[in-house]
Design a protein around this ligand. Structure first.
Ligand SMILES: Cc1cc2nc3c(=O)[nH]c(=O)nc-3n(C[C@H](O)[C@H](O)[C@H](O)COP(=O)(O)OP(=O)(O)OC[C@H]3O[C@@H](n4cnc5c(N)ncnc54)[C@H](O)[C@@H]3O)c2cc1C
Length: 267
């Protein structure tokens, strides 16, 4: 298996959340659209993180490959960034979590996906809703397409268990303070486990959608006529929100028929 890229940096958000920066070794990063995903891979013989479930040792070179949304801007050619959660029982993530700067990795040479802003006509407001690492494609979109102070409003609703699991929080808080057209609404599901009192919303991202937080910040309710909504993460959140959004007139976008709900399912 050809390990054609190098880990240039790892930033631990928590023991189970990692920002991984990867640089191609001897080839150019291809062009991509913000919101697309790439493929990372390692051989079965690669070391697993001590935080993960144990597996019998093997010297097999069989590749393990998985898709990961790109979190860096498509304008940045220095490195490619991924935001990854540890699945303790998983095949690849325990091996990704054991990587150190300088280690080699497989990076697929093609980046693909339809979960992008480019195919949307006009300049509707954009609401980005995600749980956990479902924030990754939104970081790429914001880092690529946000016009700070522009007419197009961006809302980010990010759900996690604890405040310390809210990756990219300082960058998003900064954007919110610097850009009048950005709203950032973090929501946590386990407020009782916080070490200091949590003053924000608690519950699930579905609850944040139903709260008045976005309306208050935007000065208007997001409606199908002027807003496209992106959903990214696990299936339960996506199914619940799609049905809530459809009940107020939003329509899921498919290849065959355009709509204003865009969905990326991680599993
Ligand atoms: C288009 C696309 C983009 C993706 N982007 C990302 C990303 O940016 N960051 C990321 O962490 N994952 C992302 N994933 C999920 C990723 O591809 C892997 O499925 C995940 O990392 C688990 O791999 P594994 O080999 O460790 O687990 P496996 O052995 O493959 O086990 C899979 C199981 O892990 C669980 N799982 C998978 N993904 C997650 C997750 N993100 N959070 C919690 N549980 C999960 C599910 O129960 C799933 O059935 C994406 C998936 C797709 C299809």
């Amino acid at each position: 298996m050809e390990l054609n890229a190098v880990v240039s940096q790892r930033i631990e958000i928590s023991p189970e959340l990692l920002i991984l920066r990867v640089v191609p070794d001897g080839w150019e990063l291809p062009d991509f659209e913000a919101g697309q995903f790439g493929v990372l891979g390692l051989p079965e013989s690669a070391l697993r993180s001590a935080f993960a479930d144990r597996e019998p040792k093997t010297d097999s070179d069989k590749p393990i490959k998985r898709a990961y949304s790109i979190a860096s801007s498509s304008k940045n050619k220095e490195y490619i960034e991924f935001y990854i959660t540890l699945v303790r029982s998983g095949k690849l993530t325990p091996r990704l979590f054991a990587l150190k700067p300088g280690n080699r990795i497989l990076l697929g040479k093609k980046f693909t996906g339809m979960f992008t802003l480019d195919m949307i006509e006009g300049e509707p407001n954009i609401l980005l809703i995600g749980t956990g690492t479902g924030l990754a494609p939104y970081m790429s979109m914001l880092r690529t397409h946000l016009v700070c102070g522009g007419d197009r409003k961006f809302g980010i609703i990010h759900g996690a268990r604890h405040s310390w699991d809210l990756g990219y929080r300082s960058e998003l808080i900064t954007l919110k303070h610097m850009c009048s057209n950005v709203t950032y609404i973090p929501i946590i599901s386990r407020p009782k486990e916080e070490v200091t009192p949590w003053g924000g919303l608690h519950g699930y991202v579905q609850d944040a959608w139903e709260s008045s937080a976005l309306e208050e910040s935007w000065g208007e309710k997001p409606i199908p006529d002027n807003t496209h909504i992106f959903l990214c993460g696990g299936p339960a959140m996506i199914e619940t929100l799609v049905s809530k959004l459809e009940s107020v007139g939003f329509v899921e976008h498919t290849k065959k028929s355009p709509g204003n709900i865009h969905v990326e399912r991680y599993w």
